[in-house]
Design a protein around this ligand. Structure first.
Ligand code: CMP
Length: 227
């Protein structure tokens, strides 16, 4: 398949005409990686951005206990390797091919040049990066809750199911139980309830207004704590 046809499968290039795609594709080099091949190594210097035209990759980091943590799985139509080209720092994560994977690569100078020449690509790239940040934020929020704190979140959900009223898209519990009662209901301590509520508030899951407890986005709350 010609490079220009391959490029049409990458989402951030969808707004471009065939001529524009042809112009950009001339700057690109195609590469393929077999299953399990390490494509990028965390901490290495970044020289290229990658556009996946076939296959899939996992984005990983190694935690303090030496275990692999998968941050994301990206497929054909996605891109990776843009971060270190944009901020000049080293690679933020490892990237490993999960199957036979084909990519088109763009070097730093051409990548930055393309973003300047075609602002519509820059906007789609920012949109995707915002989407990834939201996902990471959700992961951080759920990971930072301990098992007891998660039980408290579930307990709040049960209270909302029984006593919640829907108001302007929020679910409000007008007279939420006091912290000691939530602790008793969830088998935790008042201190843990206080900490969990602070965390949930900080992460934008709930708001407190005296005895009133508001769940900002009910569907997001369910997705996070009850699925
Ligand atoms: P870079 O830091 O250059 O190299 C590793 C790449 O992994 C990074 O660019 C991003 O493209 C990608 N990456 C890092 N973190 C995430 C994430 N949380 N979700 C999706 N992709 C990511």
């Amino acid at each position: 398949m010609k490079k220009i046809e391959l490029l049409q499968s990458v989402s951030i290039f969808w707004d471009l005409t065939e001529d524009e795609l042809g112009h950009i594709s001339k700057k690109m080099v195609s590469k393929s990686f077999e299953t399990g091949r390490m494509i990028l190594l965390e901490e290495a210097e970044g020289e290229q951005c990658f556009f996946v035209t076939k296959g899939s990759v996992k984005i990983t980091r190694i935690n303090k206990r030496g275990q692999e943590v998968i941050l994301a799985i990206l497929r054909d139509g996605d891109f990776f390797g843009e971060m270190s080209l944009l901020d000049g720092e080293s690679r933020s994560a490892n990237v490993v091919a999960l199957e036979e994977t084909e990519v088109l690569t763009l070097n730093r100078k051409d990548f930055l040049g393309v973003l300047e020449e075609y602002p519509q690509i820059a906007i789609l790239l920012l949109k995707e990066m915002a989407h990834r940040l939201r996902k990471s934020d959700r992961q951080i929020a759920s990971l930072s809750l301990s098992a007891a704190e998660k039980r408290i979140a579930l307990c709040i959900l049960r209270i909302a199911e029984e006593q919640g009223v829907i108001q302007r898209g929020f679910v409000s519990i007008p007279k939420a139980p006091i912290q000691q009662d939530i602790a008793n209901m969830s088998g935790t301590s008042r201190e843990t309830v206080s900490r969990a509520l602070k965390l949930l508030e900080k992460e934008g899951f709930v708001q407190r207004n005296g005895r009133e407890l508001i769940i900002n986005d009910y569907n997001r709350f369910i997705k996070e704590f009850d699925s």
